[in-house]
Design a binder for this molecule. Structure first.
Ligand SMILES: Nc1nc2c(ncn2[C@@H]2O[C@H](COP(=O)(O)OP(=O)(O)O)[C@@H](O)[C@H]2O)c(=O)[nH]1
Ligand SMILES: [Mg+2]
Ligand SMILES: [Zn+2]
Length: 307
């Protein structure tokens, strides 16, 4: 039989099989991970084959993990050279951001986008909590929407609280597997609940998330809306970032810089202070947004963002 991993609990996995049946599966002892740098052999979103164990009801043994079309990883909390797969087989990521309560920094948005670029996964940016915006924040949204849509990241303005913009989002996700990412407290769970009350996810108050360590979602978890539409909720993924890439690769994950590859005087130009640098020239002539360049420089200088 075949199914999809919905979540993992200890060494057990919830597997969605045919006819929406959920099985409890685990690995055989001798199951080997091919990539020794990965700490988890199976991730949310994986397609697995399994066999019924004869003793229990709906208890199964996972026999194989099918090839992943893509996956997102983050550094393992304990072993820095190891990585943990957050989720796999993702069609699109929703980066949930907020302009207030709390304000998502552009540095975070850009780090998130470059990481998704490095995994070759499409991202849309969902600006939530628009019910709280004043006219300055509305203007900011329009500026950011113009900037990011010019880079092919679709932007949405919504309120998970009032329901503003929700129908468009619901239409957008049909038939896709969508991962919800972004800081804790931005409204990922609230948005899922608003769209699909049957999910009845737990949401936490902002006052709770502000106290460090309090999370209602500790691991990624996938929810099936129908046979073709899946939502993956994630905890605030701060550590999520570029892993093990060279400094000169970072600009490849900025689409506006990638478009200029080969046009600087030096082929390994880092676009900092080299002569005849087309990226610096483009920033000066406002063809590349200064905020994006600033994020680039900060990623280049901060090794932690890459390892
Ligand atoms: N005013 C307002 N509050 C919201 C909105 N969406 C979520 N919240 C609140 O933000 C807090 C965090 O929401 P939650 O869904 O738990 O965030 P998560 O950590 O991203 O899953 C909760 O108190 C929600 O009620 C919104 O659109 N407007
Ligand atoms: Mg949540
Ligand atoms: Zn350059």
């Amino acid at each position: 039989m075949q199914g999809k991993i919905l979540k993992s609990v200890g060494s057990w996995y919830d597997i969605l099989g045919e006819n929406q049946l959920v099985f409890k599966g685990r690995l055989r002892g001798k199951f080997k991970i091919n990539d020794s740098k990965l700490t988890n052999p199976i991730a949310v979103g994986d397609v697995v084959t399994f066999e019924l164990e004869n003793n229990g009801e709906n208890k199964v043994i996972i026999t194989n993990v099918c090839d992943r079309s893509n996956y997102l990883i983050r550094k393992s909390a304990h072993k820095s050279e190891h990585a943990h797969i957050i989720a796999s087989n993702i069609d699109e990521i929703f980066l949930i951001a907020t302009l207030a309560m709390p304000e998502t920094s552009l540095g975070f948005i850009d780090r998130f986008l470059t990481a998704a670029e490095s995994f070759r996964i499409k991202v849309s940016i969902i600006f939530n909590k628009c019910d709280l915006w004043n006219s300055n924040q509305n203007d900011t949204f329009i500026e950011l929407c113009t900037l990011y849509e010019s880079l092919q990241y679709q932007c949405f303005k919504i309120s998970a609280d009032t329901g503003h913009g929700i129908d468009t989002i619901k239409e957008h996700i049909k038939g896709k597997t969508i991962l919800f990412g972004g800081h804790s407290g931005v409204g990922k769970s609230t948005l899922m609940n608003k769209m699909f009350p049957q999910l009845a996810q737990k949401t936490s108050a902002v006052s709770n998330f502000a106290q460090k360590g309090v999370h209602t979602t500790t691991f990624a978890e996938m929810f099936a809306l129908d046979n073709y539409t899946f939502l993956i909720d994630t905890p605030g993924i701060k550590e999520f970032g570029l892993t093990g890439i060279e400094p000169e690769e970072i600009s490849h994950y900025f689409p506006e810089m990638r478009a200029l590859i080969g046009e600087c005087k030096f082929h390994n130009c880092q676009h900092i202070n080299e002569p005849n640098c087309i990226v610096i020239a483009s920033v000066k002539s406002n063809k590349i947004a200064f905020s994006r360049y600033k994020s680039y420089v900060s990623m280049l200088q901060n090794d932690d963002n890459r390892k």
